[in-house]
Design a protein around this ligand. Structure first.
Ligand code: AFP
Length: 376
C-alpha cells in the first residue's frame, strides 16, 4: 500500500488485513466493506471448490441456456453465478447487485422480515460481478476467474435501479478478481495499493476458507516486452492497434529495436494476473466486426474493476482515447475497447490513437510469421 507500512505477507488473513487497511475509513462504511469483501471471497472459495471438482461436480459442459448477450452459458457460469448471488443476498450491506450473466439487477428489498431501517435499500453498497470469466477455458481445464467491484449506493434509502450502477470506475470502493489456476489467488484493491491472497487449501474446508496474504504492494513494471491480443482479429483492428502490434512483431529489426513475446489465454483474469506478476500489456481493442459493439469486453463487469486494480498497481488503462476509470456506463452491459497494463506501453498506444492518420508500415507484417501474407 503506497504510504503505509507493508503488511506481513504469509502471516495474516484477508479479514485481518482488511481491518488494518480500512482503519481510516468511517467505521460503519469500513465494516460494511470488510464484511462484503469477506462474503465475496467466501463465495469465490466455493466456486474454486466446484471448479476443482470439474466433471465430478457436474460442472463441465454447456447448460441449456444463453445469457443476455446471446452467448451459450456453461454449467459452471450458472453454478458460479448462483453461489455469488446467494452469498450477496445474505449480506446485509449490499443493496443490489448486477451479474454479467443477468440482464437485470437484483435488489435486496426482499429481505422483508427485517425492520425497515435494515432493509436492502438502507444498505450502503452495490456489487457488480462477472461470476466466471474465461468460460471457453472450462472444458480444457485452463485458468478461469471471477471479477468483482464494489460501489457506493448513491441513493441510499431508496431501492437502487439501474441508474445507481451508472457510476464511473473511479468511484469504486474496491475491486478484485479471483484466479482459479493451479493455486486459487484473490487479487484485491481497496484503493490502497493491490494485495494478493492465496486460498490455503491445507486448512480450508470451503465453508471456512482461509485467504492468506501472500503479496503486498503489487506493482506492474512500467516497461515490458510482452503483449496479449487475440491476433485472429487483426484484420478488423483500427490503425493505431495495427501499428502497435506490427511494431512489436517486427522485434529488434523494427522501430522498437527489441523482440517481444505474445500470449493469449482467452481469460482476462489470467492475462491481467500475468501482467500483475511480470508486466505486459493486454488489448481487446475496438474492431469492425460488429460496428454497433465498440469492443468485446464489458465496462462494468470486466474493464472497470481491472482498470482500478491495474492503476492501483502503477499501470494504466484506456479505451484508446479515455482512461477507463473515467467512463460512465450508459447501460449495465455496455462494451468497451480495453488497453491496460505496463504504463509506458499504454502511453504509447494512447499516443498512436491520438495520431490515427499515421500510415502503418504494412511491410512490417511480412517480417514475422504471425502476419505473413501468402506469396503470389
Ligand atoms: P468468456 O468468459 O465469455 O469466455 O469471455 C472471456 C472474455 O470476456 C475475456 O476474459 C477474454 O479476454 C476474452 O473474452 C476472450 O475473447 P476471445 O474469444 O476473442 O479469445
Amino acid at each position: 500500500m503506497p504510504g503505509t507500512a507493508p503488511l506481513m505477507s504469509g502471516q495474516i488473513t484477508l479479514d485481518e488485513a482488511l481491518a488494518l487497511q480500512l482503519a481510516d475509513m468511517p467505521a460503519e462504511l469500513a465494516q460494511s466493506l470488510r464484511e462484503t469483501l469477506v462474503t465475496i471471497a467466501q463465495a469465490c472459495a466455493e466456486i474454486a471448490e466446484i471448479a476443482a471438482m470439474g466433471s465430478l461436480a457436474d460442472a463441465h459442459g454447456a447448460a441449456d441456456s444463453s445469457n443476455s448477450h446471446g452467448e451459450v452459458q456453461q454449467k459452471l457460469d450458472l453454478l458460479a453465478d448462483d453461489r455469488m448471488s446467494a452469498a450477496l443476498s445474505q449480506c446485509p450491506h449490499v443493496a443490489a447487485w448486477a451479474s454479467e450473466e443477468h440482464e437485470h439487477i437484483h435488489t435486496a428489498e426482499d429481505r422483508g422480515t427485517q425492520p425497515e431501517n435494515q432493509r436492502g435499500s438502507h444498505a450502503r453498497l452495490l456489487v457488480v460481478y462477472d461470476p466466471l470469466d474465461g468460460s471457453s477455458n472450462i472444458e480444457s481445464n485452463i485458468s478461469i476467474g471471477t471479477i468483482f467491484s464494489v460501489l457506493p449506493h448513491p441513493y441510499r434509502g431508496t431501492t437502487p435501479g439501474d441508474a445507481g450502477f451508472m457510476q464511473p470506475g473511479h468511484q469504486q470502493l474496491a475491486a478484485g478478481y479471483v484466479l482459479y489456476g493451479p493455486a486459487t489467488i484473490l487479487v484485491l484493491t481497496c484503493r490502497q495499493g493491490v494485495q494478493m491472497y492465496t486460498l490455503d487449501r491445507r486448512t480450508a474446508a470451503w465453508k471456512t476458507p482461509r485467504w492468506v496474504l501472500t503479496r503486498d504492494q503489487v506493482t506492474i513494471a512500467p516497461q515490458t516486452r510482452e503483449f496479449a491480443i487475440n491476433s485472429s482479429n487483426q484484420r478488423f483492428w483500427e490503425k493505431p492497434v495495427q501499428r502497435y502490434v506490427a511494431e512489436c512483431v517486427a522485434g529488434d529489426s523494427g522501430p522498437r529495436m527489441k523482440d517481444f513475446n505474445m500470449r493469449w489465454v482467452a481469460s482476462m483474469v489470467a492475462e491481467v494476473h500475468r501482467i500483475m506478476t511480470r508486466g505486459g500489456v493486454f488489448l481487446y481493442p475496438r474492431d469492425t466486426r460488429e460496428p454497433r459493439k465498440p469492443g468485446r469486453l464489458r465496462l462494468m463487469y470486466e474493464a472497470a474493476p481491472m482498470a482500478l486494480l491495474v492503476e492501483q498497481a502503477g499501470g494504466r488503462s484506456s479505451n484508446g482515447t479515455t482512461d477507463l476509470l473515467n467512463l460512465v456506463p450508459d447501460t449495465l452491459h455496455q462494451r468497451v475497447p480495453v488497453i491496460m497494463g505496463s504504463r509506458e506501453e499504454v502511453d504509447r498506444i494512447v499516443g498512436y490513437h491520438a495520431d490515427p492518420h499515421e500510415n502503418v508500415s504494412w511491410q512490417l507484417f511480412k517480417t514475422r510469421s504471425l502476419f505473413v501474407q501468402p506469396q503470389a
